[in-house]
Design a protein around this ligand. Structure first.
Ligand code: PMP
Length: 387
C-alpha cells in the first residue's frame, strides 16, 4: 500500500496575520523577516561563522557580560533550561529552586531527570523570594546550584536579582537564572550581578522567531563543567561542544550539529535592532508601556494579580478575572473580532487571570491602547459574562 499525496499540501501555505499580545511569541519586525530570506549557507562556512560571531557580540551586550562562553542552544527556551541542568548537575548534586509558578516546577522536573537532589523554596504564585529567604535556604540546604526565574511568565512576577550572586559566592553556590520572559524588558547584568549561568529565548523581547536559546556560562560555571566526575548526559546540549561550535574556546570549530542558519540570521538582525535602540531605551520603553497598561486596566475597574508594582515584570501583566466573567469568551472575542491574542493563565494561574504580553516589537503605546479598547468593549458585552 502506498500512502497517497496529501490533499492539504496542494495549496500554498495560508496563515493569518495576528497581533500577538500574549506572553510570546511576539510579532517580528520586517527587518527580521527579511533576514530569514538571505541565502542559505553551510553551517561552518566562514560567512556564517562571521554572523555567529556578530550574534555573540549582541548577546554579550544584552546579557551584559564579558564571559567567553556565550552562544545559543538550537532549540527554544526549554532547551536553554535543559542545557543549564544537564551541564551543571551531576547525580546527587543538590539544587535549590525557587518555585512560585510553572517555570520553577519545570526546572525541578528537569533537574530530577538528571538525578539531582532537588530542594524547593515555595512561594505563592505572584510572590518572589527576598534575599533573607534565599540566604536561609542556602544555609539550610547547602546546594551546589541555586536556580531562579527572573520573569515568571505564568504569574507575571519579577524576581529581584541584585545581591543574590554575592550571597551565592559567599556560600560557594552557582547561580543560574532563566530570563526567557524578561531579558531586554528589565535591567539584567550578568557580570555585575555575579550570575554564573543565564539563558533566554529568541521569541520574546528579542522579537526573533522561536528556535534558538541564547545562553552564557561564566568561568565559575565552566570550571564546574570541566571538573565533573560524570559525563554530561546530553550530547546535543553539551556546553563544551556548543562553545566550540560557536567559537568560544579558541579551538578550530568542529561539526557538532547543523546550526539553524536562517534563525541565526534573524537573531542577528533582531540583536542589531536591540543594539541600535540601546538597552536603557529598551528597558524604559517596557516600563512606560507597562505603566500605561496598568493605569488603563485599573481605569476599567480591573485588579492586577500582583498588588505590589515592584514585584511585576513589565513584560507579562496578569489581571484577575472579575467575578461573573468567562475569561475564555473574552480571549476568544479578542481573537475572533480583532485577531489579537491575549492569554489565559498557566499552571497555578489557570482560570484565574488573563496574561497580556508587552515585549519587544509589540511593546508600543498604540498596542497598549488597542488592547485596552478591546478589553473595555469585551467587558461591556453581556454575552461574555457567565450566565
Ligand atoms: N521560561 C520562561 C520564564 C518562559 O516564559 C518560557 C516560555 N513561555 C520558557 C521558559 C520556555 O520557553 P519555550 O516555550 O521557548 O521553550
Amino acid at each position: 500500500m502506498e500512502v497517497p499525496k496529501p490533499k492539504c499540501l496542494e495549496h500554498p501555505i495560508n496563515v493569518p496575520t495576528k497581533l500577538l499580545m500574549g506572553p510570546g511569541p511576539v510579532n517580528m519586525p520586517l527587518r527580521v523577516h527579511n533576514a530569514m530570506m538571505k541565502p542559505m549557507l553551510g553551517h561552518l562556512h566562514p560567512e556564517f561563522t562571521q554572523v555567529m560571531d556578530e550574534v555573540k557580540e549582541g548577546l554579550k551586550y544584552i546579557f551584559q557580560t564579558t564571559a567567553e562562553v556565550v552562544c545559543c542552544v538550537s532549540g527554544t527556551g526549554h532547551a536553554g533550561m535543559e542545557a543549564t541542568m544537564c551541564n551543571l548537575l551531576e547525580p546527587n548534586d543538590v539544587i535549590l529552586i525557587a518555585q512560585n509558578g510553572i517555570w520553577g516546577e519545570r526546572a525541578a522536573d528537569m533537574a530530577r531527570r538528571h538525578d539531582a537532589d532537588v530542594r524547593l523554596i515555595k512561594k505563592p504564585p505572584g510572590d518572589v523570594c527576598s534575599l533573607n529567604e534565599l540566604e536561609s535556604a542556602l544555609l539550610k540546604h547547602r546546594p551546589a546550584v541555586l536556580f531562579l526565574v527572573q520573569g515568571e511568565s505564568s504569574t507575571g512576577a519579577l524576581q529581584p536579582l541584585e545581591g543574590v550572586g554575592a550571597l551565592c559566592r559567599k556560600h560557594g553556590v552557582l547561580l543560574a537564572v532563566d530570563t526567557v520572559a524578561s531579558l531586554g524588558g528589565v535591567p539584567f547584568f550578568m557580570d555585575s550581578w555575579e550570575i554564573d549561568v543565564v539563558y533566554t529565548g529568541s521569541q520574546k523581547v528579542i522579537s526573533a522567531p522561536p528556535s534558538v536559546a541564547p545562553i552564557a556560562f561564566n568561568d565559575r560555571a565552566m570550571e564546574k563543567v570541566r571538573t565533573r566526575k560524570t559525563p554530561i548526559r546530553s550530547f546535543y546540549l553539551d556546553i563544551t561542544w556548543l562553545a566550540n561550535y560557536w567559537g568560544c574556546d579558541g579551538l578550530p570549530r568542529k561539526y557538532h550539529h547543523t546550526g539553524p542558519v536562517s534563525s541565526v540570521y534573524a537573531l542577528r538582525e533582531a540583536l542589531s535592532m536591540v543594539s541600535e535602540e540601546g538597552l536603557h531605551a529598551l528597558w524604559s520603553r517596557h516600563s512606560s508601556c507597562a505603566q500605561r497598561l496598568y493605569s488603563g486596566l485599573e481605569a476599567l475597574g480591573l485588579r492586577l494579580f500582583i498588588a505590589d508594582p515592584a514585584k511585576r515584570t513589565p513584560t507579562v501583566t496578569t489581571i484577575c478575572i472579575p467575578e461573573g466573567v468567562d475569561w475564555m469568551k473574552v480571549t476568544k472575542y479578542f481573537m475572533s473580532k480583532y485577531q489579537v491574542e491575549v492569554s489565559g493563565g498557566l499552571g497555578p494561574t489557570a482560570g484565574k487571570v488573563w496574561r497580556i504580553g508587552l515585549m519587544g516589537y509589540n511593546c508600543i503605546p498604540e498596542n497598549v491602547d488597542k488592547v485596552l479598547k478591546i478589553m473595555k468593549e469585551a467587558l461591556a458585552n453581556e454575552p461574555l459574562l457567565k450566565s
